[in-house]
Design a protein around this ligand. Structure first.
Ligand code: ZN
Length: 198
């Protein structure tokens, strides 16, 4: 028997079900990053990349200067950082110095994998963090850091990189450089003991 009151109740229930479905869809898309892409697509015409999700190469060709290292492609670096890396490499070549990019961009997933492997190896997250940073702390995940090898080439970057915004940051990582535009005018900050103690 359909009274007007019952029909109105059914309408309310139907609306509630629809709202729950919409909410669940939003949650599902948000969890997978789909919502971000969806919104990005609507506003900008293409999905805005989340830099932390952009992977870098897992490996690369052998560094011609030292077979212990690779020379990977600078894929996934933030665009301004990539441009700065190319300028650095060009300047180095002019000085007859070859820079091998032993490691550049990593995604949060790649960094997490390295961190998990370190936890496995060293036993606890605290010990692992002395050797590998968790994703939220790594400048490689943010796409602004490069590891330059061999060390003789890294030494050239330490002496000459600041003019282009590249600075060594840590006492215990002579190969690790970060690009920050203001370093060009401000110069490099003091070295920190390690990335963990920053
Ligand atoms: Zn590094």
């Amino acid at each position: 028997v359909s009274t007007p009151l019952a029909a109105s109740h059914r309408g309310t229930i139907g609306l509630a079900v629809a709202l729950v479905l919409v909410a669940l869809t939003v949650v599902a898309l948000g969890t997978t990053g789909g919502l971000y892409s969806l919104l990005g697509t609507r506003i900008a015409g293409h999905a805005a990349p989340v830099i932390e999700d952009v992977p870098g190469p897992e490996t690369g060709p052998e560094c011609p200067l030292d077979a212990r290292y690779v020379n990977e492609e600078p894929i996934g670096l933030r665009p301004d950082v990539l441009a700065a890396w190319r300028r650095l490499r060009t300047d180095a070549e002019r000085a007859d110095v070859r820079l091998c990019l032993n490691d550049g961009k990593r995604s949060a997933t790649q960094q997490q994998r390295e961190f998990d492997a370190a936890v496995e190896k060293f036993g606890t997250p605290e010990l692992a963090a002395q050797y590998v940073l968790p994703p939220e702390k790594s400048m490689h995940v943010k796409g602004i850091a490069v590891d330059v090898q061999p060390l003789s080439s890294a030494g050239w970057v330490e002496d000459n990189g600041a003019a282009l915004g590249w600075c060594r940051r840590y006492e215990n990582e002579p190969w690790h450089f970060e690009y920050v535009q203001r370093y060009v005018s401000a110069g490099c900050p003091d070295l920190l003991p390690s990335a963990n103690e920053s």
